[in-house]
Design a protein. Structure first.
Length: 736
């Protein structure tokens, strides 16, 4: 079996995937995997074990998704055991716990900061009263699905502690380690400046809550996020530092150093937050050291494969966690392609190949999660990986030690770190402004992901044996696979009109067939200060659709719930033309701004938009709303902004098929006379759930129902969209 365990691991991964999600794509991938295994003519024993590892998770099926378990909505009294160290934020504490009675996992929240001094420790058993809640589900396509994220971690849902009467027993040995972690984190915050302490705690202890958002976002945009996460690099530096100091100064023999490393590595993995990448590196290091004691020689790929299977057997939900996927996929890829970057004596060439192979390995996962890629990130990784590996991270480790001897060392260390970090961040921000290049792909088709990895494996196989001609041919095919997926919208005859669920506000996205044009009507902003509609809804939706640019942005009027995200949309998606009325406040606020009024007609391609209102300044922001009529996908549409019933009566329009109900369904709009005149088949209402205005008014709903109008509203359906091809189309809802 030596050298074959990675085939067993891949087979096992597919088996676990099928046991958790009965997805047709996973089934097809399983058949392809079996075919490839047979094609590679594996010996009978490895082939048999591959089949067993694939079938066993399906037969055992010891994992049941939280989504299909009954939800105890009426339960109030809880007894749970804390299974992860609490995250302490400025306004709440949260931790993962397992319910003693049912052995279900929960994410527990406490908004009473007095619990900071209580016994929320790893391993502690706590009793309290609390309200169970289902996590919020994505209400728009392409956005972050919190419920799916919670379920992917094997958690049943959320529990919010109701009172301060929390009784906890003492924790375990691990509780002490987590307490040390919190103590050291607090200690570094006292010993160093806020900036330095935030980076030390993020890079050494995995506590990144104090990093600035703009710094984290810049690292994400350049695909450098892996440098901010605790990974095998940290474990490697820990081992190197411990070995060097122990042997170099004659403190310990090599054998004793290995024993000490085996004892302290689990402690460090807990101190570092217990991320999947740290656990993987710790288990691998422990296994390798153990084999040296037993005089056993196993391939590292075999060790990693067994660790993968072992880890998933105890926690199958890890398979769908991004950190687990990135960690193991990159490590596998580098180990299997080791000959490629070990043939060169040049450190730069080796590092370039390591970075290139790592990014190739995780590219489909990255594109399917973030919908875009920066090809220049390869160069940035080449520059920043050595800086962090040999300067930033080692300096952070030394600063942790220096913090216990406060004085000149901490002062000089703090100053040195800040200057070094400033150089790194200034360079990153500068390149972000002048050299950022983004390729938007949208969501990847599952079949494309499978095809990509098949082609990648075949390409790497030829590269490792230095068959340059076949390597190049497979590389061309690999690029073609990605280009095919990115080009699908440009060859699709299907168009779409979407009403996004952005709460109490309006945002409509119109996509023409063949992606000829993209138009947005209104770009709602945050009504509440703690919301970010653009980054949470508008941006991810557009990126998931493969939209990197917008041709026209029409703003009906100057209200936050209609144009609050306009500046961000214009900047992020390079809007060509902004259309407003002449009575839009702060005229000429945007570049390429065009004004239209009643009687005007503007074109987007071959589609005409007729402006029905306003013809003069109505001296009211809502009443100055642009009202436009158009014919899209075989249906006539009327977008009304926030005008009232008085101005609706003045509209000179033929009947329409689809009416965007004015002012989120206010009782002062959409009267009987107007409805009879427009005679719509479908009414779209963009409205926030449980909003303070009471929208939509029951009066409006009654009027629409009386006229037999089909009502589609975002507070009930989530995003609503109309897909069309030629002169026909169908209405859909993204029902939460």
């Amino acid at each position: 079996m030596n050298g074959y365990w990675h085939y067993v691991a891949i087979s096992g991964l597919l088996g676990f995937a099928l046991s958790i999600q009965s997805h047709l794509g996973f089934f097809i991938a399983t058949i392809l995997c079996l075919g490839l295994l047979r094609w590679y003519t594996l010996p009978k024993l490895p082939l048999f074990i591959c089949v067993v590892s694939m079938v066993l998770p399906l037969l055992m099926n010891h994992y049941t998704s939280p989504s299909i378990k009954p939800f105890p909505s009426d339960k109030q009294y809880w007894s749970v055991t804390v299974t992860r160290a609490p995250e302490i934020k400025s306004d709440y504490i949260r931790f993962e716990a397992i319910e003693k009675e049912t052995e279900r996992k929960w994410l527990v929240y406490s908004f009473d900061l007095s619990h900071l001094s209580s016994a929320f420790q790893y391993g502690a058993t706590c009793a309290f009263t609390g309200t169970p809640k289902k996590p919020e589900q994505a209400r728009n396509p392409g956005v972050f699905d919190y419920r799916e994220y919670i379920y992917s971690k094997g958690l049943q849902g959320l529990i919010v502690i109701n009172d301060d009467k929390v009784v906890c027993s003492k924790g375990t040995l691990f509780s002490k380690i987590f307490q040390w972690r919190q103590t050291i984190i607090a200690h570094t915050q006292e010993a160093y400046s806020k900036k330095t302490a935030s980076w030390i705690n993020a890079l050494v202890f995995g506590d990144d809550q104090y990093l600035l958002n703009e710094e984290v976002e810049s690292f994400q945009r350049w695909n450098l996020s892996h440098l901010l996460a605790i990974s095998g690099l940290h474990v490697g530096l820990f081992i190197a530092f411990f070995s060097y100091t122990g042997i170099r100064f004659g403190i310990l023999t090599k054998g004793k150093v290995k024993v000490m490393i085996m004892l302290f590595l689990p402690v460090y993995s807990v101190l570092a937050g217990g991320a999947p990448s740290v656990l993987r590196a710790t288990l691998m290091a422990e296994a390798v050291i153990l084999m040296t004691f037993l005089n056993q020689r196993w391939r590292i790929t075999d060790v990693l494969s067994i660790i993968v299977l072992f880890t998933l057997w105890f926690n199958p939900s890890l398979l769908f966690q991004l950190g687990f996927q990135f960690s193991f996929v990159v490590t596998f890829s580098l180990l299997l392609s080791k000959p490629i970057f070990t043939q060169y004596n040049s450190f730069i060439f080796s590092l370039l190949r390591v970075s290139f192979i790592s990014q190739l390995a995780i590219l489909p996962i990255q594109l399917d999660t973030f919908y875009s890629y920066n090809p220049l990130s390869l160069i940035m990784n080449l520059l920043y990986i050595p800086i962090f590996s040999f300067l930033i991270l080692p300096l952070c480790l030394f600063l942790v030690l220096f913090s216990f001897f406060q004085g000149v060392l901490t002062n000089w260390g703090d100053l040195l770190f800040q200057k070094l970090l400033k150089l790194c961040m200034d360079l990153l921000f500068f390149l972000d402004r002048i050299g950022y290049l983004e390729l938007v792909t949208g969501e990847l088709l599952f079949g494309v992901i499978i095809m990509y990895y098949i082609v990648l494996i075949l390409m790497m196989r030829q590269w490792t044996i230095w068959n340059e001609k076949k390597t190049f041919l497979w590389a061309v095919l690999l690029v073609f696979v990605l280009l095919f997926d990115a080009c699908v919208p440009y060859f699709s005859k299907v168009g779409r009109v979407t009403m996004l669920d952005i709460g109490q506000g309006d945002t409509f996205v119109i996509e023409w067939p063949n992606r000829e044009y993209v138009m947005i009507i209104d770009a709602a902003g945050a009504v509440k200060s703690n919301e970010d509609v653009f980054s949470k809804v508008i941006e991810p939706y557009l990126l998931s659709r493969g939209i990197g640019g917008v041709d026209v942005l029409l703003l009906t009027h100057h209200d936050v719930d209609h144009m609050g995200s306009a500046a961000k949309v214009i900047s992020r998606f390079n809007v060509n033309t902004v259309i407003t009325s002449p009575y839009f406040e702060e005229d000429n606020q945007f570049k390429n701004q065009v004004t239209v009024r009643k009687g005007d007609v503007f074109q987007v391609g071959e589609t005409s938009f007729h402006v029905l209102h306003p013809d003069r300044d109505m001296e009211s922001t809502n009443e100055n709303s642009l009202v436009i009529r158009s014919h899209i996908g075989g249906k006539s549409w009327l977008f009304t902004g926030d005008i009232s019933g008085d101005n609706e009566k003045m509209l000179n329009s033929d009947p329409v098929d689809v009416l965007k109900v004015a002012h989120h369904g206010s009782r002062f709009s959409t009267n009987e006379t107007f409805l009879r005149k427009m005679s719509p088949e479908v009414a779209w209402i963009s409205v926030g759930r449980n909003n303070s205005h009471g929208h939509p008014s029951q009066e409006v709903i009654d009027r629409l129902e009386q006229e037999n109008v089909r009502i589609m509203r975002t507070d009930q359906y989530g995003a609503v969209y109309f897909e069309f091809s030629g002169g026909t189309g169908t209405f859909y809802r993204h029902e939460p």
